[in-house]
Design a protein around this ligand. Structure first.
Ligand code: ATP
Ligand code: MG
Length: 341
């Protein structure tokens, strides 16, 4: 919050010197009045008493001022910061003045209130994240445990043994992917992934990404259409791969018949990549949440994944300064559009 320029130091100095001027004037007036009537010793005593009396009055006035204007808000702030230091983020300070009359303490209180609000929000996200991760890990672990028990049965025939072993490998692979995604997301959120900008030819990169999904596309009997212009961007190759792998992966995963199309064009000085599919589409209700961590349109876990892919994509897009948009018609298909400068 921007602080209004304060005049309190100016007024403080003015009052301090006005006090001194007042004391000096009264002392001098008394002296000139008394000089002809009383002895020098009596004048000295009168002046001493006056100075002492005025000093006591000024000190008392300052003590009251400090108690009301300084000690009271400082005590309030100390109590609250003490609670925050002990991990209680539910505390809030009541700012007594209206924003037009804020003093320095009011600004500090406002900032502390915003800080506790931010800490509460982060704590909530952290708790949600931990419970989501635990939930996502528990399911594959249970599968691994059950199948491992089944495999240890000596009477198991060869076909069943192979089936169980395959399931074990597949589940362990998914668990590995989940951990990789969580670590990657964590690194991105803490900005610990190195962003090394280089010249990247998008057509080559998209070809490379699509190649990873050719088996899955063939396996589902889908068509793959590509339309790549020769577009180059200066960005991090590793980051771009995270974006396009996830978008192409989703297009394949959520499409049972039809096609997946990938295009790359230069439009208005920006590189534009579109990943379209003729799959199940996204309803507006689901669309509002797809970039959230652990969100899946189908919460029954019927489709593979953990709802981390698009959260990763969004984080990367924000880091490299691009834009992402989605348009979809339920039961007809979806298009994700990425714009990079
Ligand atoms: N091309 C798409 N077609 C239909 N729905 C999609 C598409 N892409 C994303 N979604 C919806 O958005 C949700 C979130 O996508 P996201 O990639 O984050 O998670 P996921 O693919 O379910 O899991 P993960 O990416 O962790 O493997 C999906 O569960 C799905 O409901
Ligand atoms: Mg995904």
């Amino acid at each position: 919050m921007k602080r209004k320029k304060s005049l309190s130091t100016f007024w403080g100095v003015l009052i301090f010197f006005a006090d001194i001027a007042l004391v000096t004037t009264i002392v001098l007036l008394t002296y000139s009045y008394a000089v002809n009537k009383v002895t020098k010793t009596e004048i000295a005593v009168i002046m001493l008493c006056e100075i002492l009396g005025l000093t006591i009055v000024a000190a008392f006035g300052d003590w009251v001022r400090r108690n009301v204007l300084v000690n009271k808000p400082v005590d309030k702030i100390l109590n609250v910061t003490d609670s925050i230091a002990r991990g209680d983020f539910s505390v809030q300070l009541t700012v007594e003045h209206s924003p037009r009359h804020y003093n320095e303490f009011d600004y500090i209180m406002e900032n502390i209130n915003r800080m506790t609000e931010e800490l509460r929000h982060t704590e909530l996200l952290h708790n949600d994240f931990v419970s989501n991760v635990s939930h996502e890990i528990k399911t594959p672990l249970a599968i691994i445990q059950n199948y491992a028990v089944c495999l240890s049965d000596d009477n198991l025939d060869e076909a069943k043994r192979k089936e169980y072993a395959d399931t074990l490998v597949k589940t362990a692979k998914r668990l590995g992917e989940l951990v990789t995604n969580i670590l990657q997301l964590n690194k991105l959120e803490n900005q610990r992934l190195k962003l090394t900008a280089e010249q990247v030819n998008l057509a080559d990169l998209l070809d490379e990404c699509a190649l990873d999904y050719v088996d899955a596309i063939d396996g589902k009997g889908l068509d793959l259409f590509t339309d790549f212009d020769d577009v180059t961007v200066t960005s991090s190759r590793a980051y771009l791969k995270i974006i396009f792998n996830n978008l192409i992966g989703n297009a394949v995963k959520f499409t049972d018949k039809g096609s997946v199309s990938i295009s790359c064009k230069s439009e208005n000085g920006k590189a534009v990549v579109r990943v379209s599919d003729t799959g199940c589409g996204i309803s507006p209700e689901v669309g509002a949440h797809i970039f959230e961590k652990f969100y899946q349109g189908d919460s029954s876990h019927a489709t593979e994944g953990n709802g981390l892919g698009l959260a990763l994509v969004k984080k990367v897009i924000d880091l490299i300064g691009g834009e992402i948009g989605v348009s979809s018609v339920p039961s007809q298909g979806t298009t994700f559009t990425v714009r990079l400068s």
